[in-house]
Write a protein that binds this ligand. Structure first.
Ligand code: NI
Length: 166
């Protein structure tokens, strides 16, 4: 496995729609391993393939404190949402910044896992936010287009306010 370079805002790859995965290949297995390694290295809670320059519908997410609950979602589709949550959100592709974003409180998502088996992932709070954020990346949409007010420096927010890098 290897670390991949994270593309940052302004890179056109972040604004394109990613393509469906039709079969699992050695190359994609390597990509998924690298995405997990890169997400953990950067202390992110999620990473989408376009963020490392690959226009495939693959995301990885881990919102656990222990960093030991990875979710791999291939061709993910949100099937259900409920409620709202508003809070600071960040993105590894927009380093050093956060912004206030409203997302569903609860999100249910259907996808394939790394073995191309169907999985359902349900998330509330941070996991719900992460699913919604990462799936937006697959549409070429960055959270900055959803921010209420201005982007602010990540270190200017109160330490007890929730902020996450995805
Ligand atoms: Ni992001």
């Amino acid at each position: 496995m290897a670390l991949r370079t994270i593309r940052t805002m302004g890179d056109p790859v972040l604004e394109k729609r990613a393509k469906e995965v039709t079969e699992m290949t050695e190359r994609l297995k390597t990509l998924i391993g690298d995405m997990l390694e890169t997400m953990y290295e950067e202390n992110g809670v999620g990473l989408a393939a376009p963020q490392v320059g690959v226009l495939k519908r693959i995301v990885v997410i881990d919102v656990s404190e222990e960093r030991n609950e990875p979710h791999v979602l291939i061709n993910p589709v949100i099937t259900e949402t409920e409620g709202e949550q508003t809070g600071y959100e960040g993105c590894l592709s927009v380093p050093g910044k956060v912004g206030m974003v409203t997302r569903p409180e609860r999100v249910v998502c259907r996808a394939l896992d790394e073995n191309m088996q169907e999985v359902t992932l349900e998330g509330t709070e941070l996991l719900g936010r992460a699913i919604a954020h990462e799936l937006d990346h697959l549409e070429g949409r960055l959270y900055v287009s959803l921010v209420e007010g201005e982007l602010v420096d990540a270190d200017s927010t109160e330490p007890d306010e929730e902020e996450v890098e995805e």
